[in-house]
Design a protein around this ligand. Structure first.
Ligand code: NAD
Length: 295
């Protein structure tokens, strides 16, 4: 990974999980980092722990709810007041939808919350940061974290999450094209975490950050994501737990290589998409059988 000394990166949802792994990889590479996260206690802990290792002057936290435009605007204002620039905007904050359900059982509050964070959250950050990044005239990147679930192929019982990530993937493609068409020095990329190993994060428990006014309305949404059961099955099948800092390093490596799609194995994704395209070409449901990490 190249030397990022002198650059400033903002990581939404960087207090835990994949985002925290990315923050560590950025600090290793020399960047100054701002974590924008809604969960104050975990944010403070991550900033304290990583600040101790890499230098408190290089890492700050701003409590931000990405689903609220006034909150992302305030975050961008604070970042520019402190650093005068943002070179990397990582829209990583995401929620799992709060359980599993048949597609017809999700209700308005589920949609508002999941889309509010996963899709509108990224759009709010783009709206707050990109005009400032363009004005600054420096080279920069906007990286949106999607998911194989929705980005490549949807999982039926997680339709709400899949739809939000499909939207985010398309939005990122539009963003990249708009940057190129306008001659901006900005680039957009879409990141698909994953590869070898189960991602041991708190996505399974996203409901911890769900606003009370958007509480679940339908009893058929099963909130019981039994992560331990999935983990036992993965380990029993010879699987492993992924290294989250390594995920962050490979994301930065992908940016170094100028990739738009950053995923562990784009070749096999391409093969999956060709099989889906063949089915679309003959008017069939595109979904192909895949053995995923949850099986
Ligand atoms: N874990 C997986 O298997 C997996 C797979 C593919 C993609 N992803 C994506 O990776 C990203 C990171 O998720 P994770 O697995 O590390 O989960 P996580 O729950 O450990 O981390 C998500 C972070 O987002 C923050 N967050 C939630 N709502 C927010 C809001 N409104 N405003 C600001 N921050 C908010 C949380 O506080 C948390 O720190 C998400 O976009 C997720 O969809 C995860």
């Amino acid at each position: 990974m190249g030397d990022l000394t002198g650059t400033v990166a903002v990581v939404t949802g960087g207090a835990s999980g994949i985002g925290a792994g990315l923050v560590e990889a950025l600090l290793e590479a020399g960047a100054s980092v701002v974590i924008a996260d809604v969960e104050q206690a975990v944010l403070d802990e991550t900033v304290a722990t990583l600040g101790e290792r890499f230098g408190h002057e290089r890492l700050t936290g701003i409590v931000t709810d990405v689903s609220r435009a006034e909150s992302t605007e305030s975050c961008a204002r604070q970042v520019y007041e402190r650093h005068g620039r943002c070179n990397y905007l990582f829209n990583n904050a995401g929620v799992g939808g709060g359980g599993v359900a048949k597609p017809w059982n999700w209700t308005p509050n589920d949609w508002k919350w999941c889309f509010g964070v996963n899709l509108f959250g990224a759009a709010n950050c783009v709206g707050a940061f990109v005009p400032r990044m363009l004005d600054g005239g420096e080279e920069g990147w906007v990286v949106n974290t999607s998911s194989s679930n929705g980005g490549y192929q949807p999982m039926a019982d997680l339709a709400i999450y899949a739809a939000s990530k499909a939207g985010l993937t398309t939005y990122t493609e539009c963003l990249a094209n708009a940057f190129a068409e306008t001659g901006a020095k900005l680039h957009a990329a879409v990141f698909y975490p994953g590869g070898k190993g189960l991602l041991e994060t708190r996505l399974w428990n996203s409901g911890r950050n769900r606003p009370p006014e958007l509480a679940r309305e339908h009893p058929h949404v099963d909130p019981q994501w039994d992560y331990q059961q999935v983990k036992s099955r993965v380990l029993a099948n010879g699987g492993q737990i992924a290294d989250l800092v390594e995920q962050g390093r490979s994301l930065l490596h992908g940016l170094d290589e100028g990739r738009f799609i950053i995923a562990a194995d784009t070749a096999s994704v391409g093969e999956l998409m060709r099989r889906r395209a063949d089915r679309i070409g003959s008017g069939k449901l595109p979904t192909v059988e895949e053995k995923g990490v949850f099986s």
